[in-house]
Design a protein around this ligand. Structure first.
Ligand code: GLU
Length: 460
C-alpha cells in the first residue's frame, strides 16, 4: 500500500499542502504502507530550488517522513517520452499544429454559442509530426469513479477535451506525468487538493488507454480564512515554517490541521498514534474548512503543557538561538522551562520568558520603573536586598520567607514588595512566580539586580 504527496515547487509548503501531505501520510501509516514524496518540477519556469528546500524543510519540521523520495519529475523525462511514444504508436495521441489564434477563436465561438469551450479535434486525422501532442479522448461513453471525499463522480466523455500531454518543445504536461508516476511508483491512493478534481476523469482515460489499474482518489476541499475567502497570505502566516517562527509546536499544528476538514466525534486533541489509528479518508468533510487562529493557539498551549520536557526543549532551541540565549550561562534549562510551561501560549512567549534567566539587562522598562521604583519603595527594596544577602540557603521557599519578613518588618502587603522585586528581577515586570524566578536567577544576579534598582532610585 502506498500513497504520495506530490507538490509543485513553486512556493513554500503552505497550510493546505501540509494538510494534504498529512492526510496522505496518515493513510500510508495507518495501512502499514509506504509514503512517497514526489517533487513535480516539470514546469521549469515556475519551479525553484528555494521552493524545493522549503518543502523539504516543512516536511521535516512537521515530522512527515517519507519512505521513498524525494523523486524529481525532471529526472524522469525519458520515461515520459517512452509513454508518449507508446500512445502515439497506439493511435491514442496525435500531433496538433493549431495556432493560438485558431484556438482562441474556437473558444470564443463555442462560448458565444453557449457550448463548453473545448478543442474540436481538428488535427486528429492529419497525421502531423510536429506541434503539441494531444491525447485522443474517447468521444463516447462516460467516466465514473468514486472519490473518497466527494463520493460518486461521473462525466460524459463528450465533455472532455483532447488534452495536451506534451508541449511543442516536447516537455510533458502535468496530466501525463502524474499518471505515469502514480502508475510506475505503484501508488494505491491519490490524496490531493480538490482543485485537481476536474483533471481526474482525463487522467482516468489515460490510465485506461495505457491499460493500467486505477488508484483510489481522495480530493480534499480547500481551506478558507476566517472571513470565508480562500486562505491566503492576507490571512497571515500560510507558510508552514512561519508557524515555527511564531512559536507553534509541529504536533500542535498537525493536530490543528487534521481537524481542518476531518473529525472524530467531538474530540479535539489527538496524539499522533491516535491520528494514525482513527484517521479514515471517508471521514474527510466535503465542505471547505475555515482556519481559526484562536483554536490553534489553544491547542498549542495544551501541547506546551503536556508534551515531554525534552521534546519541548528541542523545539524551543531554535527560538533560544535566535535570541542568542546561551543556556550554559544560567540555571538548568529544564527548570526554567518547567517554570514557564504553564504560562506560555507559544514558544515565542516561552523564549522571551527565558531571557531574564540568562541575560542581564542594561536598563529597566522606563514606564514601569518610574512607577515601582521611588522613595516610597526604596526602604522595601533595601530591606529585601539586605535580608536576601544574608540568606545561606537559596531557594524559592527561603526567598519567599524573606519577602514575608520584609512585609512584616515594613508593615506592607505582599504586592508592595513583590511588584518592585518582580521588576528588578526581570527588567520588564514580565515574570512568573517571583520566588521561583529568584531561585532560578540565582543569588548573585538577584542581588545585583536589586542593587541596580536601588541605584536607579538614588540617581533620581
Ligand atoms: N503537483 C500538483 C500540485 O502541487 C499536485 C498533483 C497531484 O497531487 O496529483 O498541485
Amino acid at each position: 500500500m502506498k500513497s504520495r504527496f506530490a507538490p509543485s515547487p513553486t512556493g513554500y509548503l503552505h497550510i493546505g499542502g501540509a494538510r494534504t501531505a498529512l492526510f496522505a501520510w496518515l493513510w500510508a501509516r495507518k495501512n502499514n504502507g509506504q509514503f512517497t514524496l514526489r517533487i513535480e518540477d516539470t514546469d521549469r519556469e515556475r519551479s525553484t530550488q528555494a521552493s524545493v528546500d522549503a518543502i523539504l524543510q516543512g516536511m521535516e519540521w512537521l515530522g512527515l517522513d517519507y519512505d521513498e523520495g524525494p523523486i524529481y519529475q525532471t529526472d524522469r523525462f525519458d520515461r515520459y517520452q517512452e509513454v508518449i511514444d507508446d500512445l502515439l504508436k497506439k493511435g491514442r495521441a496525435y500531433y496538433c499544429e493549431c495556432s493560438k489564434e485558431r484556438l482562441e477563436k474556437l473558444r470564443e465561438d463555442k462560448m458565444a454559442a453557449g457550448e463548453k469551450a473545448k478543442y474540436d479535434g481538428c488535427c486528429r486525422d492529419k497525421n502531423l509530426s510536429s506541434g503539441v501532442i494531444r491525447f485522443l479522448n474517447p468521444d463516447e461513453g462516460r467516466v465514473a469513479f468514486r472519490d473518497h471525499v466527494k463520493g460518486d463522480i461521473e462525466i460524459a466523455n463528450s465533455e472532455l477535451d483532447d488534452l495536451i500531454i506534451a508541449r511543442s518543445d516536447g516537455s510533458p504536461t502535468y496530466n501525463l506525468t502524474v499518471v505515469v508516476d502514480d502508475h510506475d511508483m505503484a501508488i494505491d491512493c491519490v490524496v490531493r487538493g480538490d482543485d485537481h478534481i476536474n483533471n481526474t476523469p482525463k487522467q482516468i482515460n489515460l490510465y485506461t488507454a495505457l491499460n493500467w489499474d486505477l488508484p483510489a482518489f481522495a480530493h480534499v476541499p480547500m481551506i478558507l480564512g476566517s472571513d470565508g475567502a480562500r486562505l491566503s497570505k492576507r490571512h497571515g502566516a500560510v507558510n508552514v515554517m512561519a508557524y515555527r517562527d511564531e512559536g507553534f509546536l509541529p504536533k500542535a499544528l498537525l493536530n490543528y490541521i487534521i481537524r481542518l476538514g476531518w473529525s472524530h466525534g467531538d474530540q479535539e486533541v489527538f496524539s499522533l498514534e491516535e491520528m494514525i489509528d482513527l484517521f479514515d479518508l471517508d471521514n474527510i468533510n466535503k465542505a471547505p474548512a475555515s482556519f481559526n487562529q484562536e483554536k490553534l493557539i489553544w491547542l498549542n498551549q495544551s501541547y506546551i503543557k503536556s508534551i515531554e520536557l525534552s521534546e519541548l526543549i528541542q523545539h524551543l532551541q531554535w527560538h533560544l538561538e535566535s535570541r542568542s540565549i546561551d543556556v550554559s550561562s544560567g540555571p538548568k534549562i529544564e527548570d526554567v522551562v518547567e517554570s514557564l510551561r504553564d504560562r506560555s501560549k507559544t514558544l515565542v512567549e516561552m523564549a522571551d520568558g527565558c531571557v531574564m534567566f540568562y541575560q542581564d539587562f542594561a536598563a529597566f522598562d522606563e514606564k514601569q520603573a518610574s512607577k515601582q521604583f521611588s522613595s516610597k519603595s526604596q526602604p522595601v527594596i533595601e530591606a529585601l536586598h539586605s535580608r536576601l544577602s544574608a540568606l545561606d540557603v537559596w531557594n524559592a521557599k527561603t526567598v519567599h520567607g524573606e519577602i514575608q519578613g520584609v512585609c512584616e518588618q515594613q508593615n506592607v502587603g505582599f504586592g508592595k514588595v513583590g511588584q518592585p522585586f518582580r521588576l528588578a528581577l526581570s527588567g520588564d515586570g514580565k515574570a512568573g512566580s517571583i520566588d521561583v524566578c529568584a531561585e532560578l536567577v540565582g543569588k548573585d544576579r538577584t542581588l545585583a539586580r536589586l542593587q541596580m534598582a536601588i541605584d536607579y532610585i538614588k540617581a533620581f
